[in-house]
Design a protein around this ligand. Structure first.
Ligand SMILES: C[S@@+](CC[C@H](N)C(=O)[O-])C[C@H]1O[C@@H](n2cnc3c(N)ncnc32)[C@H](O)[C@@H]1O
Length: 230
């Protein structure tokens, strides 16, 4: 995307009522919306679901349409991609959708302990050489556990076998988290619990499917304190 188009999108982002931006500078105070998403923005006490690394927010908008009884916030650092999600949600008149521009590293600046019910991580960068930067590394999961309610689910969809294998066998199993669903081939294997993972296809998912790749999926339950479930 050209620089001019990006700047136009950044300018329009400032006008969107459904976008909240935090500058990803550690010294910046927490967002005023932290702990207040239900009361101040959505005006209800429905469960809050996040999509991390949401890009254009396909899961955020898709799940919000499928299930109006929950609130959805898509999180990404790239403003030009979030612009698309914001526009889609506004054009569809979805009151249960918002977006947050922030690095996931600072997610606790945006959401309070126990404020979130569920997290989707959709086609994150696999970071083959930097395990610490993977959005399913133990350091990231500890952050998620601090904002997730007890028993909250984390879902990962990826085209990358190494990221799936790492998450399943180096993170989730050693920590003892309860595995709710897992498959290395989402669209060919049959098992309960795959419905939502099949219900929405993201922009990147479309690219990988067209290239003949299989989609991997895992859903697991963190407890409320970032410690293994007993
Ligand atoms: C490969 S894209 C996937 C986008 C979308 N989920 C999809 O499936 O089409 C990865 C996205 O994660 C975002 N991302 C990667 N690391 C991030 C981080 N630490 N904090 C916030 N966003 C991040 C990128 O900006 C990018 O939009």
């Amino acid at each position: 995307m050209g620089k001019k188009k990006k700047l136009l999108r950044f300018a329009e982002n400032e006008t969107f009522p459904n976008l909240f931006q935090w500058p990803s500078v550690p010294e910046t105070p927490d967002m005023a919306m932290k702990g207040q998403w239900g009361a101040s923005y959505f005006k209800n006490a429905a469960p809050l679901v996040l999509e991390l690394g949401c890009g254009k927010g396909d899961y955020t908008v898709g799940l919000a349409q499928l299930d109006p009884t929950r609130n959805y916030v898509g999180v990404d650092i790239k403003g030009a991609r979030l612009w698309r999600g914001c526009r889609n949600a506004l054009e569809r008149g979805l009151p249960n959708v918002a977006f947050a521009r922030i690095q996931v590293e600072f997610i606790e600046k945006m959401f309070a302990p126990d404020e979130v019910s569920e997290i989707w991580v959709t086609f994150p960068d696999p970071q083959p050489n930097k395990a610490r930067k993977r959005l399913t590394s133990p350091m990231f999961l500890a952050r998620y556990a601090r904002i997730l309610r007890a028993g909250g689910l984390v879902h990962l969809k990826t085209d990358d076998y190494d990221l799936y294998d790492y998450t399943l066998n180096e993170v989730v199993r050693p920590a003892g988290y309860e595995i709710v669903a897992s498959t290395a081939d989402l669209y060919r294997e049959e098992a309960p619990g795959f419905e939502l993972a099949r219900a929405v296809q993201t922009y990147y998912e479309g690219i990988w499917l067209a290239a003949g790749k299989t989609i991997k999926y895992i859903a697991f339950r963190l407890n409320g304190e970032g410690k293994p479930n007993s």
